[in-house]
Design a protein around this ligand. Structure first.
Ligand SMILES: [Zn+2]
Length: 484
């Protein structure tokens, strides 16, 4: 029985976050009353002509640049093709897309994914092109079927990995998809909602004996709507194919669906050959080429991407990989952090508050940082109050909770509560002495060698001062008085 190697090619479809559709001015949105966002162009009525959406093209080029691609097709121009097939969800009888290796908007790029040993692995990207989404078939409760064309004509970007594939298991596929999703969201070109279908992934999976130069017969998986299903689906397919080969069966090139509940795949249809689609250049749309100045302008305006942020946060700010990953998980969250740093916040302290108390409160309420009453100014002020010894870390937690609730600035809340930290050595010394006098038995234990009881004494002093005594001074005075 040979050892098998799995190879995974990834096709990712991302609905672009444009305001209008690819070739008409109908609004792009999710859901809504069926067939309310349609017009003669996206319904393909006779005589209607498409006008390309410039913003959609720019979004694809930006993505291609962020994924280290060359731009504009190998023949230095990009064209649209017609992919002909008849199915009720495409009103035109063809899908407008970009076919072949010569003319996608982006080609020959790569994406780096982190590996378990702390390094990175480069996943080659073969092409990135633009097409339009289909409508949706709906199975009605009455038993009939209906078609909703609201989605028809939504700009759809397709990102295809290299051949032969660089991805060899479900974990790598999941990592690739999660990195890609994060980049698309940072670029603001896709909302990344897998559950709403705005980001869809169709991996093709094959296995071959180790050392074999040829890839095995592949199957393509559909209906994967989470990272977990991508990872599990690929693992399932490798096992299924291996078992089939070991049983002497012949594998078919087929499209298979994923059943989330049963955690298994099922045959849907035998894959059509590509030439069934009779591709040809769309006579309604002119070829496009881009000047180097235009490309360079787009490149210069790309935002800092998650991986670069991660490296900057860990190297420049000394944050742990865990903390940095939490901060970059969403663009808005990373920007919030950076705004606080710009306003003079100490990075490690700001990060700790964000990833603990703040994140917890936001999660409980199910809102984002910008929807809350806490601004970067609040946190910067709070951290400064702790740093300069005005309040203790413990009191800061209460102040933060109040600021979260009311939106009041921490300084104002501290003044109103009188909760400033006591750093007056004389005042604290009196409290320490009072606690020692009240607990002679504990003091005796300490002097008898039981150092552990010191924690109890500290607790009593903090209690007597409502947690306001400066902990450093308490420790120092306690040591002094106990050893006298
Ligand atoms: Zn329309």
């Amino acid at each position: 029985m040979p050892n098998y190697v799995t190879s995974v090619g990834m096709e990712v479809h991302a609905e672009l976050s444009t305001k209008s559709k690819m070739f008409c001015r109908c609004q792009v949105a999710f859901g809504g009353e069926p067939n309310t966002r349609t017009c003669p162009v996206c319904l393909a009525l006779p005589g209607s002509l498409p006008v390309p959406n410039r913003e959609a093209i720019e979004m694809v080029i930006k993505t291609a640049l962020a994924l280290n691609c060359k731009i504009g097709g190998t023949k230095e121009e990009s064209i649209f093709h017609r992919k002909n097939y008849f199915y009720p969800d495409i009103p035109k009888g063809f899908q407008t897309t970009q076919y072949g290796e010569e003319n996608p908007f982006g080609y020959h790029g790569y994406l780096e994914i982190p590996t378990p040993d702390g390094g990175t692995k480069r996943i080659g990207i073969r092409r990135i092109h633009l097409e339009e989404d289909t409508g949706k078939l709906m199975h009605l409760p009455s038993g009939g079927s209906g078609i909703d064309y609201n989605r028809a004509g939504t700009p759809l970007m397709e990102i295809v990995t290299d051949f032969p594939p660089d991805i060899h298991n479900g974990e790598e596929a999941k990592e690739y998809l999660s990195q890609l999703r994060q980049i698309l969201m940072y670029l603001g070109v896709c909302d990344g909602k897998m559950e709403e279908g705005s980001l869809r992934c169709e991996p093709n999976i094959s296995i071959a004996p180790e050392g074999s130069k040829e890839l095995g017969v592949k199957s393509e998986l559909k209906n994967l709507n989470s990272f977990r299903s991508v990872q599990m689906g690929i693992a399932f397919e490798s096992r299924r194919q291996e078992a089939a080969l070991e049983n002497g069966e012949t594998l078919l090139q087929e499209t298979r669906g994923w059943n989330e509940q049963k955690e298994s795949s099922f045959a849907m249809r035998i894959k059509e050959a590509e030439n069934d689609y009779r591709y040809f250049p769309c006579p309604d749309l002119v070829p496009m080429s881009f000047t180097p100045e235009y490309i360079e302008e787009l490149r210069a305006n790309l935002p800092e991407l998650p991986l670069a942020k991660f490296q900057r946060y860990t190297q420049e700010y000394g944050l742990s990989a865990y903390d940095a990953n939490l901060l970059i998980s969403e663009r808005e969250w990373a920007y919030w952090f950076e705004e606080a740093i710009e306003k003079g916040g100490e990075p490690k302290a700001i990060c700790n508050w964000m990833n603990s108390d703040f994140a917890k409160m936001l999660n409980e309420e199910g809102i984002t940082s910008r929807q809350s009453k806490i601004t970067p100014d609040h946190l910067v002020e709070l951290v400064k109050l702790i740093e300069d010894g005005t309040i203790s870390g413990k009191i800061a937690k209460t102040i933060f909770a109040k600021a979260y609730e009311t939106g009041d600035m921490p300084k104002k809340l501290v003044e109103a509560s009188g909760a400033t930290q006591i750093s007056d050595t004389g005042a604290i010394k009196a409290q320490v002495q009072a606690v020692l006098d009240a607990n002679p038995d504990v003091v005796a234990k300490y002097k008898g060698g039981n150092m552990g009881v010191k924690g109890f004494l500290v607790g009593q002093i903090m209690k007597a001062t409502q947690g306001r005594a400066n902990p450093g001074i308490v420790q120092q005075l306690l040591d002094e008085l106990l050893s006298s």
